[in-house]
Design a binder for this molecule. Structure first.
Ligand code: F6R
Length: 260
């Protein structure tokens, strides 16, 4: 894992956007794994601006989202379909047919999940997976206790996640308890992962992911087994890392690196 600490959430988003752009410029038909939530909003804004300025092109890109709530139609303002179109897809030149988001209203979830996994393979696998982290250490909706080999499936959300996400709903009872989510095993097959985290409420989860043992109790810690993962943090999310100075030193020692 490579840990990059930026001073602000804006700088974190910008650094991650440059990374995504570099990959798309090297491989214009790349397959991107997308995340929802508050964390990647700055990244998506940066990418949309870069697209408008002609610095990055999405016309040959294919995307696969990590997850979706079960029971919410695509038009529901809290569905991840709605979120992605409002916050990203409608601001870039991606063809609609290249977008994949798990269905929250499938009649046969098991068949849908198998189809989703196969579709990722048919498209050549995910080149770059964008990730956030839950305060309980989850990636996608792989809650504590999820198998580190898990695949796309129906998952029951944990209480801390329902509490965290209730901020988007009128009340806690409206938060769906089930989601369709890519598994940890699915995520680990991406060629590269970029995980973003900001804010002090993520500091414990980040330190457990980066410096704790690999455990299904913090599913993000499985990224320690991934050969090409970059973790972009702001100062607050990095606040509990024991080896913080070492990570900065590594970044400063890279050829041509700006001094932090
Ligand atoms: C969303 C997802 C989740 C979030 C995580 C953090 O697609 O997969 O794992 O990344 O819950 O959410 P925020 O960014 O809202 O703190």
């Amino acid at each position: 894992m490579e840990v990059i600490v930026e001073q602000t959430v804006e700088a974190m988003s910008r650094a991650a956007a440059l990374e995504v752009a570099e990959i798309l410029n090297a491989k214009p038909n790349a397959v991107l794994g997308m995340a929802t939530g508050t964390t990647p909003l700055g990244l998506y804004k940066e990418l949309a601006q870069m697209c408008r300025r002609g610095e990055v092109d999405f016309s040959h890109v294919t995307t696969f989202n990590l997850d979706e709530y079960v029971g919410l139609p695509v038009t529901h303002p809290q569905s991840f379909h709605y979120f992605m179109h409002e916050n990203f897809f409608k601001h870039v030149n991606i063809p609609l047919e290249n977008i994949h988001i798990p269905s929250g209203t499938a009649s046969n979830y098991r068949a849908f999940c198998d189809w989703y996994e196969n579709r990722i393979k048919e498209c050549g696998g995910i080149d770059l997976q964008i990730l956030g982290i839950g305060s309980d250490g989850h990636i996608a909706f792989n809650e504590p206790g999820s198998s580190l080999s898990s695949r796309t499936r129906l998952k029951t959300l944990a209480k801390p996640t329902i509490d965290d996400n209730s901020r988007f709903f009128n009340n806690r009872d409206e938060v769906p308890i089930y989601a369709i989510t890519m598994g940890v095993g699915t995520i680990l097959e991406a060629r590269k992962c970029l995980l973003l985290a900001n804010g002090k409420n993520k500091a414990d989860a980040v330190s457990a992911m980066v410096e704790g043992p690999v455990t299904s109790m913090i599913t993000a810690s499985a990224l320690q087994l991934h050969e090409d993962t970059k973790v972009f943090l702001d100062e607050s999310a990095a606040g509990k890392l024991k080896m913080r100075d070492y990570y900065t030193w590594i970044q400063n020692k890279k050829p041509g690196a700006p001094q932090r």
